[in-house]
Design a protein around this ligand. Structure first.
Ligand code: 2AM
Length: 184
């Protein structure tokens, strides 16, 4: 068994629909890009890539321990932002205005877990964000970067999800594979 997978935080319906609405508005001004479908909006904790059955079972054991050691926390989505920077954006996102320590801790522990089961290290620093769009060619979105309408969108992060992803011509389809309640 080989599965494309990642750990993420799911969004409550009201946060998802608010982001979908704002994404729809941005779509009308920015146009051509790969816009993330509303049902696919999420906050990535750790992308695993293609993993085999043994790795999936081992990472679940490690994730269990991580979740047992982290307490639920609040996350506020306050602003639009862009990677690597607004003037040459490849990714347009919604997220907190500043680093969230609890998110960073959870992501750091998952990074350790991934390395424990033999996955290669992730070089990118984890940052809490919901990807709204990806641009094939970098573009200037600096005039769009602003606080989110109706901000802050608040969510209680009380579990993380191991998501499987299958890639199709219409884009990815995500299915929750396992859930890990934060119980620390
Ligand atoms: P993102 O959080 O910035 O959007 C599922 O593909 C998720 O894993 C995406 O949301 C994506 O980033 C993240 N991810 C990280 N590295 C990836 C990679 N090499 N390929 C695909 N997705 C990756």
């Amino acid at each position: 068994m080989i599965m494309r997978a990642f750990f993420c935080i799911e969004l409550p319906d009201e946060v998802r629909s608010s982001l979908a609405e704002q994404s729809g508005r941005l779509q009308r001004t920015l146009g051509s890009a790969k816009w993330v479908a509303p049902e696919n909006l999420h906050i990535t904790l750790r992308f695993l890539g293609e993993v085999d059955g043994v790795t999936v079972s081992e990472i679940q054991q490690e994730a269990q321990k991580v979740a047992a050691g982290c307490a639920p926390f609040q996350l506020q989505l306050e602003t639009l932002g862009a990677f690597p920077r607004p003037e040459r954006a490849r990714v347009l996102w919604a997220g907190p205005a500043a680093e969230n320590e609890e998110f960073s801790k959870l992501a750091r522990r998952l990074e350790e877990a991934a390395q424990t089961v033999g996955l290669p290290p992730e070089r990118r620093k984890p940052s809490a964000h919901v990807t709204l769009a990806r641009f094939r060619n970098p573009r200037d979105v600096s005039t769009e970067i602003a606080p989110l309408a109706g901000a802050p969108l608040e969510l209680l992060v009380n579990q993380m999800v191991l998501m499987s992803s299958s890639l199709g011509p219409q884009g990815p389809t995500y299915s929750p594979y396992a859930r890990f309640p934060l119980a620390g």
